[in-house]
Design a protein around this ligand. Structure first.
Ligand SMILES: NC(=O)c1ccc[n+]([C@@H]2O[C@H](COP(=O)([O-])OP(=O)(O)OC[C@H]3O[C@@H](n4cnc5c(N)ncnc54)[C@H](O)[C@@H]3O)[C@@H](O)[C@H]2O)c1
Ligand SMILES: CC(C)=CCC[C@@H](C)[C@H]1CC[C@H]2C3=C(CC[C@]12C)[C@@]1(C)CC[C@H](O)[C@@H](C(=O)O)[C@@H]1CC3
Length: 345
């Protein structure tokens, strides 16, 4: 019988490696001596020790080229949540993830680490210190969440000792840090248009915001500890900063750090949520004629007005996870990294 030659365990691929999280992950993997292949629909940078493969993850043949001799695959590609495009989410997050799993099998990959999201259990109501055993959202709040649930199930079900193929899902929440295209830019854009004067609800809701380097640390620990018979196989893990913070205090610290005023006036949560739903409906009906992108979507309003923080005790216990950058330091580094978004810049 022919012996299957095992790829070096220092060779990995990052699908979605041109994105915000993906690029931070790639940089840290290179620092740790990994040879990295980036697979993405776009190339946004160059880095010694990294090979870029441009392609769509729904294309198995393109993927196979990038996965040659790779033992670990990190899958952190997804359409942006704001795209709100059902067909695109279905194609990339569900059909595409099936293709990724198939390509991993054909290429002899041993470990697949999926970037899932803590939002897979979020339905718009309070979540306080939830563990990973909370059931998936029965009524996911948007297409992004709906397809992230299906994607996580697919990856965890693919874990197989017989096939020598091990899988794990990392569930970060509210990732922020330098080069994030979402949180800080959307916040600043809203502030510049005078929309950040209001606090939705009473402002006491606690939330996890997780610094990108802590999320990267969780991914690398997961990949290095995942093996046959380890408790990590086929499990999902929350990775957070382990410092829940009031949503509006966090937003205010970022805004004030960049020279804008903190929100001050309170608006009732249900009123804003109702308006956001109405605007979403109008945008949906008008879509064939005109593209309207409301700032305050129902998902964003729900995130801004409810508690949603998660326990990372399981990651601490099973993989020795501890956040490496505390929240205060993380906010300072983030504010510093956006000189072009400062007021008046
Ligand atoms: N940003 C957050 O707060 C957050 C929180 C929890 C989970 N996540 C998850 O983390 C992952 C990374 O998110 P991010 O914030 O870095 O997003 P991002 O948009 O910066 O990166 C996603 C990358 O995926 C690539 N991509 C999209 N469709 C592709 C396709 N069909 N084929 C190949 N590449 C494709 C994009 O080009 C992009 O580079 C996603 O899976 C997201 O669901 C993000
Ligand atoms: C309402 C308001 C003040 C909006 C400005 C900030 C929002 C743009 C921002 C606040 C919380 C963020 C968030 C996400 C996107 C950007 C925010 C809504 C996610 C929905 C992005 C996708 C991730 O998977 C979610 C997660 O589970 O971590 C994010 C949750 C927080």
């Amino acid at each position: 019988m022919a012996t299957r030659i095992r790829p070096s365990n220092k060779r990995c691929a990052v699908i979605g490696g041109s994105g915000f999280l993906g690029r931070h992950l790639v940089e840290r993997l290179v620092d740790r001596g990994y040879a990295v292949a980036v697979f993405d629909i776009r190339q946004t940078y160059e880095l010694p020790g990294v090979n870029f493969y441009q392609g769509d993850l729904c294309d198995k043949h393109a993927l196979l080229t990038a996965l040659k001799d790779v033992s670990i695959v990190f899958h952190c590609a997804s359409p942006a949540p704001a795209s709100d495009d059902r067909a695109l989410f279905q194609r990339v997050n569900i059909d595409g993830t099936r293709t990724v799993i198939q390509a991993c099998h054909e290429a002899g990959v041993q470990k697949l680490v999926l970037t899932s999201s803590a939002s897979v259990v979020f339905e718009g109501s309070d979540i306080k210190n939830a563990k990973e055993d909370l059931p998936y959202a029965k009524r996911p709040i948007d297409y992004y969440t709906e397809t992230k649930i299906q994607q996580e199930k697919l990856v965890l079900e693919a874990c197989s000792k017989e096939m020598d193929f091990f899988t794990i899902a990392i569930r970060p929440h509210g990732i922020f840090g330098p080069r994030d295209p979402q949180l800080v830019p959307i916040l600043v854009d809203a502030a510049r248009r005078g929309k950040m004067k209001f606090i939705i609800g009473d402002g006491s809701n606690l939330v996890d915001f997780t610094y990108v380097e802590n999320v990267v640390h969780g991914h690398i620990l997961a990949a290095e500890r995942l093996k046959a018979d380890s408790p990590l196989c086929a499990q999902a893990y929350h990775i957070t900063n382990d410092e829940p913070v009031r949503f509006w205090d966090f937003m205010s610290q970022i805004l004030v750090g960049l020279g804008y005023s903190a929100p001050r006036y309170h608006l009732p949560y249900m009123l804003v949520y109702g308006i956001a739903l109405l605007l979403w409906l109008i945008a949906f009906i008008m879509r064939p004629l005109v593209q309207i992108k409301p700032t305050f979507t129902p998902m964003r309003v729900a995130l801004a007005g409810t508690h949603h923080y998660y326990s990372c005790a399981r990651a601490k216990q099973d993989m020795g996870y501890q956040p490496v950058v505390p929240l205060k330091e993380a906010i300072a580094r983030t504010v510093e990294s956006y000189p072009h978004l400062r007021k008046g810049a």
